[in-house]
Design a protein around this ligand. Sequence first.
Ligand code: NDP
Length: 340
Amino acid sequence: MFGLIGHLTNLEHAQGKAHELGYTEYGNQGLDFWCSAPPQIIDHVKITSLTGQVIEGKYIESCFLPEMLAQRRIKSAIRKVLNAMATAQKEGLNITALGGFSSVIFENYNLSQNKQVRNVELDFTRFTTGNTHTAYIICRQLEICGPQLGIDLAQATVAVCGATGDIGSAVCRWLDRKTNVQDLLLIARNRDRLNELQSELGRGKIMDLEEALPLADIVVWVASMPRGVDINGIPLKKPCLLIDGGYPKNLDRMVAQEGVHFLKGGLVEHEIEMDFRFMSWADMSVAGQPLFACFAEAMLLEFEQWHTNFSWGRNHITLEKMEQIGAASLKHGFRPLLLQ
Ligand code: NDP
């Protein structure tokens, strides 16, 4: 059985969902309440692959909210992730994805040092960040949708916001070696890490967001920002493809410029039978029943019986692993979400 650890996008979203589920007393509570709320198993999922194989899993709501980071409630954020992981392990789940910010918190606060959660000793081989599949899906979205908009990838300038992150660096490696785009613009805050990435790639221009965006044919957004940014004042190329893979989204609203196309990044569509409701919670405003690629990774690992932390640590994602998980993704019936 697989597990999915998820969270809602903000306090308002959490309050709305609590009301919807009939927990009115929770729906009226502020951030303090969510800081003390324990993880909840809220869905049991049954999935049938294109191959006919059937697997089951559980969705665990960690009760983490991005406001906890924005308001420096770091201890609460850490507790949410560790408690959700302990819950997954107590349930005996073989492989569990740390969705959205869960893996960002795990890495940024060095939680591999916190193996003991009350009476549970965490076994990290039972968890995956899901970032290899996410990076693969974002690259495939770019490779399919760019040309659909008339963008010639061999001539294209691609800006990656969050380039030095786990997903961002994997995307850069793929775009450099597989897609072979003309120019890569690398955006993040920490200059040392940007320099390291640039030396690893042997190319790429380090730039600020404001400087990079007007030059880019395609922008990949994979920065771990608790709140989205507004780029409406920045002139963009026409056409320009914006692929937002952040959760919560990196862009706080649609860019209202003609010729600018927006795609939700790191999402998969599927032709497989799925009996679950948690994705309807994620506030996607996309038709159909798309799924986060990181969650799909846990399902793929369960289908393939690869019970291992396939994606783990920071900046270890190789092209070989992206290809491996990509092949499994196709085999079991997932495909990248495309422009609607
Ligand atoms: P990491 O923490 O590994 O990397 C985050 C990157 O963002 C770093 O390069 C960081 O560099 C950069 N960054 C953070 N804040 C800013 C900022 N204000 N401006 C510019 N750059 C910034 O994160 P991941 O790669 O694991 O995840 C990235 C995003 O993808 C997150 O939003 C996460 O929730 C989402 N995600 C989506 C999934 C899906 O299935 N669709 C799955 C997993 C994650 P620096 O600190 O130097 O600025």
